[in-house]
Structure formats: structure tokens, C-alpha cells
Ligand binder design. Structure first.
Ligand code: IPM
Ligand code: MG
Length: 361
């Protein structure tokens, strides 16, 4: 099969972790007989430095022309980087939001899995973590507070700012359908998370999710308020299968879920539209403080590449091989600094990539 993959290395540790994911993908291509064509796209700070803006029309066109996009991370140190002296719409993050919108990537899948090998890195009490967990957070990605009208103004000398949270039923329905479809392939439970005791947008969310649920009698639906969900994630994460939620709640809950897995350096993500196209990126940020030091953990990016093989190319066997390589490398005792524990061998980013590629069979 011929796979056209656009890479957005981005900023900070982005270029290093994408290079390792590419190494693993190239090994997959070799072992399974595929042809992979890679092109590079500038986005975020890297694009600001060259073009003065975080996302150009050409970059969007190049992403659209590919079958899938593999991204590292974007952004810099928000207090020291000159990028953050620019107006908000010209900062690195605006590039990411821009490409999500331009490619209509409304469904963001963020799996949070506790690996047996990393159980000691889990910050929860042993009696809680013992049960393990495997959660799929489905975050709506192109609506809500992130894309509603916003402004800052002065009224009678009082500085005032407003952000608007808007959802229409179509936006809710399409992410709910994806959530139920994915739950059907897993443990068949959807927890829809909202703030229906306060927000109108959440009350509509709940109604539409219930309408969608009617088409999935084999999937159990429960509703949970977002504050309770934040608490349940640390009290009993094993209760969750698919968490379905809006943009802002999903942003916050996915960071929390990643931390309970032991390291944010392990968490992959996929952002999908209603075709097979997707943008795949680690859930973590650009970690500018460790950029260029060859110490970053490339596993989240490698697992994102695995999601790409699975969701954009339907290559389940190849994706399974990548996931198995990650498990094996952990079993063999290799760790980057963020997940290091006693008795393990500490390796850098590039060596970790080599070890993973070696284990692709
Ligand atoms: C994420 C990030 C982004 C978001 C930022 C960088 C704009 O936190 O992907 O979770 O809030 O969506
Ligand atoms: Mg976030």
C-alpha cells in the first residue's frame, strides 16, 4: 500500500519525537511491504519564524493533499519566547486551532491506558490502580468555547472579556455517533460528560446524546457532571470505557487522565473528520525546557503513528505490531527519564526510537 504522510515536526521536542516515530514507521513499511512518502509542513513557532504566521494556506493545502498528518508539538515557553509577544491570533497555538478547523477534525480520541510495566509510575494508591484502566476520551474538537465569539472591551472604564460556548445539534450528534461507534468496538459503555445542571449547551448535549444512544441499544449510556468526572477519574478510573465530552471539558479531563497513567509522555491522540483522514499527535506539549537534549519520550508520538495506521489506513496488523513493540521495550526494561524506575535502563529519545524499530516484526 502507498501511504502519503505529511509530518508537522513543530516546536520544542517536536522534531525529535517525530523523527523517532518516522523511524518506527519506516521499519513498519519495510517489514510489511508498504511505500511511505513523507513530506514536511511548517506550523506553530517554526512557521512564525519563517512566514510570520503560525499556519499558511500552503501548509493547510499540503496537509489536505496527504492521506494523514503526523504531528509533534507546537508552542514555546509562554513567558520567555518572543512568539508570545504577538497578538493571540498569531501565536503558535492559533496554528493548531486553525488546522483543526480547516480540516474539520471534530473528533479527538485520547486513549489513557495504564500499562502493567508502568504501574509503579501511577500516582494513585495501589488499591485503586490495581484494577488497571483503559479509557478512551472522545473530545469534541472544533466547537464550543474554543471557537465561539470572543472579545475584550471596556465598559464604563471596566475591563471586560467574553467567550461564548455554542454547540448546535449537528456538532453534538456527529461526535456522539463516533463515540458510540468506538464504544461498540470496546467494552460498550459511554459516559457522556457535561454540566447540564448549569449550562444550556450541556442540556442540549445530553438530549442529543440520548437520541443517538437510541440507535445503539447494545451500548450502555450514562451521564456524568464534569466536576464529578474529574473526581471519579482519580477515585475509580476503572469504571470508564469511553468518555464523551465537549471541547473544553475534554481538554482538561484528558490532561488529568494522562497523569493518572503515570506519564503524559505515553499518551497518543487522533483527530478525525468524517473521512479516513486524520491528524495524529501526542497529547503532551512541546516541552521547550528539554528540547534538543535527546531526553524526550517519543512513545506518545509512536503510539500516535500506530493510531494513524489503524484509523486512516485500516492497517490493524501493523498498528498491533507497533503497540506490541512499545510493550516489549517496556518489558525489556528500557525507559526514558520521565518514566524511569529502579532497575531499569535509562535511554534517550533517539535510542528509544531505535529500540522500538528493532522490535517491529
Ligand atoms: C491540547 C492543547 C491545546 C488545546 C492547546 C495547545 C491549544 O492543550 O491539544 O490539549 O487546548 O486544545
Ligand atoms: Mg490540552
Amino acid at each position: 500500500m502507498e501511504l502519503n504522510i505529511a509530518c508537522i515536526p513543530g516546536d520544542g521536542i517536536g522534531p525529535e519525537i517525530v523523527a523517532e516515530a518516522r523511524k518506527v514507521l519506516e521499519k513498519v513499511a519495510k517489514v510489511y511491504g508498504h511505500r511511505m512518502n513523507f513530506t514536511d509542513i511548517l506550523m506553530g513557532g517554526a512557521s512564525i519564524d519563517v512566514h510570520g504566521v503560525p499556519l499558511t494556506d500552503e501548509a493547510v493545502a499540503a496537509a489536505k493533499a496527504a492521506d494523514a498528518v503526523l504531528m509533534g508539538s507546537i508552542g514555546g515557553n509562554t513567558t520567555t519566547s518572543p512568539w508570545y509577544k504577538l497578538p493571540p491570533e498569531k501565536r503558535p497555538e492559533a496554528g493548531l486551532l486553525g488546522i483543526r478547523k480547516a480540516l474539520n477534525l471534530f473528533a479527538n480520541l485520547r486513549p489513557a491506558v495504564l500499562y502493567d510495566e508502568l504501574a509503579t509510575a501511577c500516582p494513585l494508591k495501589e488499591e485503586i490502580s490495581r484494577a488497571g484502566f483503559d479509557i478512551m476520551i472522545m473530545r469534541e474538537l472544533t466547537g464550543g468555547l474554543y471557537f465561539g465569539e470572543r472579545k475584550t472591551y471596556e465598559e464604563n472604564g471596566l475591563r471586560t472579556a467574553v467567550d461564548t460556548l455554542v454547540y448546535n445539534e449537528n456538532e453534538i450528534r456527529r461526535i456522539a455517533v463516533k463515540g458510540f461507534d468506538i464504544a461498540r468496538k470496546r467494552r460498550k459503555k459511554v459516559t457522556s460528560v457535561d454540566k447540564a445542571n448549569v449550562l444550556d449547551s450541556s442540556r442540549l448535549w445530553r438530549k442529543v446524546v440520548e437520541e443517538v444512544a437510541a440507535d445503539y441499544p447494545d451500548v450502555t449510556l450514562e451521564h456524568m457532571l464534569v466536576d464529578n468526572c474529574a473526581m471519579q477519574l482519580v477515585r475509580d478510573p476503572a469504571q470508564f470505557d469511553v468518555i464523551l465530552t465537549e471541547n473544553m471539558f475534554g481538554d482538561i479531563l484528558s490532561d488529568e487522565a494522562s497523569m493518572v497513567t503515570g506519564s503524559i509522555g505515553m499518551l497518543a491522540s487522533a483527530s478525525l473528520n468524517d473521512t479516513r483522514f486524520g491528524l495524529y499527535e501526542p497529547s503532551h506539549g512541546s516541552a521547550p525546557d528539554i528540547a534538543g537534549m535527546d531526553v524526550a519520550n517519543p512513545i506518545a508520538t509512536v503510539l500516535s503513528a500506530s493510531m494513524m495506521l489503524r484509523y486512516s489506513f485500516d492497517l490493524d496488523r501493523e498498528a498491533d505490531a507497533v503497540d506490541a513493540a512499545v510493550k516489549q521495550v517496556l518489558k525489556d526494561g528500557y525507559r526514558t527519564g520521565d518514566i524511569l524506575s529502579e532497575g531499569c535502563t535509562k535511554v534517550g529519545c533517539s535510542r528509544m526510537g531505535d529500540l522500538l524499530a528493532e522490535r517491529i516484526q
